[in-house]
Design a binder for this molecule. Structure first.
Ligand code: UDX
Ligand code: ADP
Length: 481
C-alpha cells in the first residue's frame, strides 16, 4: 500500500530545495510541485523571465526551470496555502551552526526547522508525509514528529483531521553538478518507520532511479549516514592537504602521491585533489554536528578525531596565506594581488565557507590591495563575505597577521588583462576553466617583477608559467620556486 501523492510542497527555495524540486518536477509531470519560501526576493528571482537571473547558478538547472515552471513547478511565498494542499512536504530550510547558547559553534541551529514544523502542524490537512531534506543533526526527525504529533492532539490545527509520517531523505547533491547528481544518484536514502510512507517516496524516485539504488534504513541511520558521508569526504581532503605540506617540505609532489594512492582500489581516486581547503555549506557544519553529538554522548575521543579534520582545514588556509606573504619578501602591504576565484569551488556562485574568504581576509590584514575576480560571484556577495572587521575575524592569538588592513576591489573581467597591471602576484583560489587558458607571456608584461603565480588548485600549465618568466608556487609541489 502507498499513499497517492498528487501535490508536493517544498519549504525552502535554496540550493537544495530549488534543484531537487526542479528534477522531481521534470521526472514526474503528473505531480504538482509548489516551492515556497518566506524570502520574497528569492521567489521573485525564481520567477524571473531572464533565466540568467535565477538565484542559483547550477549547470542544467535553467533548462529544467524553462521546461517545468508554470506547468507542474511553481515558486511562491504562499507557505500556508501550499502546505494545506500538499500530500507530501519536503523541509529544505537552512540549518547553520548555532552562534550562541548551548552547543554554540558546533550544533546546528534548528530554529528554522522548528518554525517550519510548527507551520506544517498548523496548516496541514489530512494525511501528510513530512520529509526532512535539510542536513540535520541525528534525531531531528524526532523533534519534528513531536511537534506534529502535539498538533494532532490539540486544537491548534483548525481542521482536526490531520496525521503525519516523518521520513529522512538526505540530499547528497554536490553544487556545480547538482542536476547530474539528482538525475543519476549513487543512491537515494530513505529513513523511516512507516513502510507505506517509505514506499510512497520510493515510488517517486523509482521513476528515474533504479530500485536497487534506493536504500531504506531506520530514520536515525539515515540521518547519521548523511553526516558521516560528508565527514568522510571532508576527511579525505584534510588528509591530502596535510600531505601537501609534507610534500613541500620533502620534495615530493602531492599530485603524484594522490595518483599513486588513488590507484589502490581500496582508496579510490576521488576527493584526493589537494586545494586551498574545503568550503561549502555542508562539510564543516556536518562535522561539527558529529563532534557535538559525540561529545553529548561522552565520546570525547571520537569528537577529537573528527574535530581535527576541521582544525587542519583552518590551519591549511592560514598556511597558504603565510606562504604568499613570505614569498613576497615577507610583506604584501600596499602590494596589488590579483585573486582569481572566490566561489568555494568551480561552477557555482556559492561562497559559503569558501577558503577564499579566509585567505583574502588574511592578506587584507597584512595590508595587501586585492583585486578579486570570479566569473559568477558578484561584488555584493564578496562585500558581504569580507565586510567583517578583518582584525576581529582573525583573533588576537594570530601574531603573524598584524599589519594595517588593506583594500579590495572587484573586477568583472579578465579578458583585456588590465586587471594584472602592476600586480605583484596572482593567487588562484577556485578552479574555474577560464583560468586554465590564461596567456602568461602577455600577463607577465603587465606585472611587477619578480611576479608570482600562486596556484592552490593545480590548474596552470607549470611550464608555460615558468617559461613566461613568472615565479610559480603550486600547492604540494616540493620542487617549486
Ligand atoms: C558536499 C557533498 O559532496 C555532497 O554530497 C553533500 O550533499 C553536500 O556537501 P558540496 O559542498 O556541494 O557537496 O561540494 P564538494 O564537491 O563536495 O566540495 C566541497 C569542498 O571540497 C569544495 O571546497 C571543494 O573545492 C573541496 N574539494 C573537493 C577539494 O579540495 N578536493 C577534492 O578532491 C574535492
Ligand atoms: P540550502 O543550501 O540548505 O538549500 P539555503 O540557505 O540556500 O540553504 O536555502 C534555505 C531557504 O529556506 C532560504 O531561502 C530561506 O529563506 C528558507 N526558509 C527558512 N526558513 C523558512 C520557513 N520557515 N519557511 C519558508 N522558508 C524558509
Amino acid at each position: 500500500m502507498k499513499y497517492k501523492i498528487n501535490n508536493i510542497c517544498c519549504i525552502g527555495a535554496g540550493y537544495v530545495g530549488g534543484p531537487t524540486m526542479a528534477v522531481i518536477a521534470d521526472k514526474c509531470p503528473n505531480i504538482q510541485i509548489e516551492v515556497v519560501d518566506i524570502n520574497k526576493i528569492r521567489i521573485r528571482q525564481w520567477n524571473e523571465d531572464n533565466f540568467e537571473k535565477l538565484p542559483i547558478f547550477e549547470p542544467g538547472l535553467a533548462e529544467i526551470i524553462k521546461r517545468c515552471r508554470g506547468k507542474n513547478l511553481h515558486f511562491s511565498n504562499f507557505v500556508e496555502e501550499k502546505i494545506k494542499k500538499a500530500d507530501m512536504i519536503f523541509i529544505s530550510v537552512n540549518t547553520p551552526t548555532k552562534k550562541k547558547g548551548i552547543g554554540a559553534g558546533k550544533a546546528s541551529d534548528l530554529k528554522w526547522v522548528e518554525a517550519c514544523a510548527r507551520e506544517v502542524a498548523r496548516n496541514a490537512i489530512g494525511h501528510t508525509i513530512v520529509v526532512e531534506k535539510s542536513t540535520l543533526p541525528v534525531r531531528t526527525a524526532e523533534v519534528i514528529k513531536e511537534i506534529l504529533n502535539a498538533s494532532q492532539n490539540s486544537s491548534s490545527n483548525e481542521s482536526h483531521l490531520c496525521s503525519f509520517d516523518v521520513l529522512s531523505n538526505p540530499e547528497f547533491l554536490s553544487e556545480g553538478t547538482a542536476i547530474n547528481d539528482l538525475m543519476y544518484p549513487d543512491r537515494v536514502l530513505i529513513g523511516g518507520e512507516n513502510q507505506e510512507a517509505i514506499d510512497s517516496l520510493s515510488e517517486i524516485y523509482s521513476r528515474w532511479v533504479p530500485r536497487n539504488k534506493i536504500l531504506e534504513t531506520n530514520i536515525w541511520s539515515s540521518e547519521l549516514a548523511k553526516l558521516t558521508a560528508n565527514a568522510f569526504l571532508a576527511q579525505r581532503i584534510s588528509s591530502i592537504n596535510s600531505i601537501s605540506a609534507l610534500c613541500e617540505a620533502t620534495g615530493a609532489d602531492v599530485r603524484e602521491v594522490a595518483r599513486a594512492i588513488g590507484s589502490d582500489n581500496r582508496i579510490g581516486s576521488k576527493f584526493l585533489d589537494s586545494g586551498p581547503g574545503f568550503g561549502g555549506s555542508c562539510f564543516k557544519k556536518d562535522i561539527l554536528n558529529l563532534v557535538y553529538l559525540a561529545e553529548y554522548f561522552g565520546l570525547n575521543e571520537v569528537a577529537n578525531f573528527w574535530e581535527s579534520v576541521v582544525k587542519i582545514n583552518s590551519w591549511h588556509q592560514k598556511r597558504i596565506s603565510e606562504i604568499i606573504v613570505k614569498k613576497l619578501f615577507g610583506t604584501v602591504a600596499n602590494k596589488k594581488l590579483v585573486i582569481l576565484g572566490f566561489a568555494f569551488k568551480a561552477n557555482t556562485n556559492d561562497t559559503r565557507e569558501s577558503a577564499a574568504i579566509t585567505i583574502c581576509k588574511n592578506l587584507l590584514n597584512e595590508g595587501a590591495n586585492l583585486v578579486i575576480h570570479d566569473p559568477k560571484v558578484t561584488a555584493t556577495q564578496i562585500e558581504n563575505d569580507l565586510n567583517i572587521n578583518p582584525v576581529n575575524s582573525l583573533g588576537n592569538e594570530n601574531s603573524f597577521f598584524n599589519a594595517k588592513a588593506g583594500n579590495w576591489e572587484h573586477s568583472k573581467c579578465i579578458n583585456n588583462l588590465e586587471i594584472f597591471n602592476n600586480a605583484y602576484a596572482i593567487v588562484i583560489l577556485t578552479e574555474w576553466d577560464e583560468f586554465r587558458a590564461l596567456k602568461w607571456t602577455e600577463i607577465v608584461e603587465k606585472m611587477v617583477p619578480p611576479a608570482w603565480v600562486f596556484d592552490s588548485r593545480s590548474i596552470v600549465n607549470t611550464k608555460e608559467v615558468r617559461d613566461a618568466g613568472l615565479s610559480l608556487w603550486r600547492l604540494g609541489d616540493g620542487l617549486g620556486d
